[in-house]
Design a protein around this ligand. Structure first.
Ligand code: GTP
Ligand code: MG
Length: 569
């Protein structure tokens, strides 16, 4: 089958065009490095099925990071290249174009962001550009879909370019020459959001804006999450699901092994959605009633920030601070993604240049960044004891992130390269793509998390029945009780934490706990092993040796921090 590669610089709209061509929804955001591994999809051209591949963005064919390495390796397997070029940034984009042309693979150019050229006063002479390059150049807009059809009809016209092999300097000189001949920039007044663009990266105004953005995001996320719970999910569970379950419970005789596994244990004759721990009670309530509302609100706000183009500005602003913990400012993006789910966060560390930085960033995410599921439970369960306890959990995790980062930075050899990140303009977020992206992420949660939570609830029940858990609790008691000051049973929660953090935190709530124990328990749970999905990607991204190192750091710091909290609180 013919394989068509979508290649180009980061953040030029390859993923948006890919979705338009194949109907496969992939994540697109307004910052470089959204796509870090390739996605393939299919479409028909002249009645024949072809494969299209969304390749990670790259500036050159000499890779400087993992994502770019994937891009240059993909190139060897392609039959046709669609080079996506950002028309508002022609000069920088053409370097890769010339390099691609030297590979002699049939090629066609999608001159994307065409809609945006007018706002920016960029005028490109298409005829001249086509003549110079000798390959089809089609203006497109990923946003509106303009030109996509023409792009498709022109794919068969792609010809192997005739281009001499040039040196780096020769290429840049030729780019300059092309720009002189095809591009004219007219002067125009600064629009207000261009002023805002400047203000958000200048240190003084930038910090104020960053603080405002983060505080507002946090408040809006909580507001939406809590409203969804109290006005939508809780009413559904309490007035529709609960009566049905009570009937089932009565039908099953209100007790017994099967009853307890399916419906859960009755607490004072009632089903308690958190504590009963049956498949149909807690097994459904934890993912849908407690976690999903926060998943929805978190990803909605994150999606808006991503598409507006705020995140790379935050990266630049925090670069100096981030260097102190051995990271490049860009690592703030994986870190923020980690607040949703640690899996994409660990994947996103691929855009960091050195292995050392990737190790530090991935380890810090796994240890100190609670995912949305864990956070929803922290709010729901620790929050019952009062907001100050939730604050203690967050402050502790934040301190761990900083202190551990500084330590790792000191102890690991090597240095973190300077930040070279391209900052895209602010763009009005297209609601269509925001909703699509949100739906994709919610779907991901439902498909991956729900079955695992149900499995976790089942495992917990089995552990109970066979008393396996008393046995493990017995020999881990010195650490759990002695060092952490937690009830013996919390060891099950830690084991279940290997599967899912939300189910594990729910498990903690089963044994009567003081506020202090709940705080220590949540911190230890968040910091010790990430969930199974994260363990798998972490292992894949770091390799066995670094994975073991990361795990060792994780366990040591979880115990140390838990122990310290137990003493000082
Ligand atoms: N105005 C305008 N915006 C666009 C257009 N195409 C894409 N965008 C926006 O540009 C941003 C980048 O799009 P992506 O598809 O994620 O870019 P990408 O090339 O896949 O980026 P990487 O995966 O980081 O290499 C998104 O915010 C899109 O909504 C376009 O034609 N016009
Ligand atoms: Mg992409």
């Amino acid at each position: 089958m013919i394989k068509i590669l979508l290649m180009g610089n980061p953040n030029v709209g390859k993923s948006v065009i890919f979705s338009r061509l194949t109907g496969v929804r992939v994540v697109a955001s307004n910052y470089p490095g959204t796509t870090v591994s390739y996605t393939s999809g299919f479409m028909k051209i002249d009645g024949r099925q072809v494969e299209i591949i969304d390749v990670p963005g790259t500036y050159t064919l000499e890779p400087t990071c993992e994502a770019e390495k994937i891009a240059s390796e993909m190139l060897k397997t392609g039959d046709i290249v669609i080079n996506v070029v950002d028309a508002t940034n022609l000069e920088r984009n053409l370097y890769l174009t010339l390099q691609l042309m030297e590979m002699k693979i049939p090629m066609i150019i999608a001159l994307n962001m065409w809609d945006d050229t007018k706002h920016r006063g960029v005028d490109i002479n298409l005829e001249e550009l086509r003549k110079i390059l000798g390959i089809p150049v089609i203006p497109t807009s990923g946003l509106t879909g303009q030109g996509i059809k023409e792009l498709v009809t022109n794919i068969p016209e792609a010809v192997p370019p005739s281009s001499p092999t040039r040196s780096r300097n020769e290429r840049w000189a030729f780019v300059g020459n092309i720009i002189d001949r095809v591009q004219q920039i007219s002067h125009r007044h600064h629009r207000w959001f261009e002023r805002l663009e400047d203000a958000s990266v200048k240190p003084r105004t930038g910090i104020v804006i960053a603080a405002a953005v983060l505080v507002c995001s946090f408040m809006v996320i909580r507001f939406i999450g809590e409203s969804l719970i109290s006005y939508l999910f809780d009413p559904i569970f309490n007035s529709l699901w609960l009566p049905a379950l009570m009937k089932l419970s009565a039908f099953m005789g209100n007790s017994g092994l099967l009853h307890d596994v399916i419906v859960g244990k009755l607490i004072n004759g009632e089903i308690n959605f958190v504590e009963s721990f049956g498949l149909l009670s807690s097994g459904l309530y934890v993912p849908f009633g407690m976690v999903l509302p926060y998943i929805i609100s978190f990803y909605l706000i994150l999606g808006i920030l991503e598409d507006i183009g705020y995140l790379p500005r935050l990266a630049v602003l925090l670069d100096t601070t981030m260097h102190k913990i051995g990271l490049h400012g860009f690592a703030i993006i994986p870190t923020l993604l980690g607040l949703g789910c640690n899996v994409p966060a660990v994947m996103a560390t691929r855009v960091l240049e050195s292995k050392r930085e990737r190790f530090i960033a991935a380890t810090l995410v796994c240890i100190a960044i609670p995912c949305a599921s864990a956070q929803a439970m922290i709010f729901g369960l620790v929050g019952k004891y009062g907001g100050q306890h939730v604050a203690i959990v967050y402050v502790t995790l934040f301190l761990v992130w900083i202190i551990l980062g500084v330590l790792l930075n000191r102890l690991l050899k090597g240095f973190s390269p300077e930040l070279l990140i391209e900052i895209p303009p602010y763009r009005v977020p297209p609601w269509g793509t925001i909703i699509q992206k949100l739906w994709g992420r919610i779907r991901g949660f439902l498909i991956e998390a729900v079955p695992i939570i149900l499995a976790a609830v089942l495992v917990i029940n089995i552990l109970f029945v066979f008393g396996i858990f008393d046995y493990i609790a017995g020999f881990t008691a010195p650490v759990i009780k002695g060092v952490l000051g937690l009830p013996e049973e919390s060891v099950t929660a830690i084991i279940i934490g290997l599967l899912r953090k939300d189910a594990a935190l729910g498990m903690l709530a089963l044994s009567p706990m003081t506020a202090k124990q709940m705080v220590v328990g949540s911190v230890v749970l968040t910091m010790s092993f990430p969930c199974v999905a994260t363990i798998i990607v972490l292992f894949r991204e770091l390799g066995l040796k670094d994975f073991m190192k990361s795990t060792a750091i994780m366990l040591t710091s979880a115990l140390a921090v838990g122990g310290i909290l137990n003493v000082i609180l």
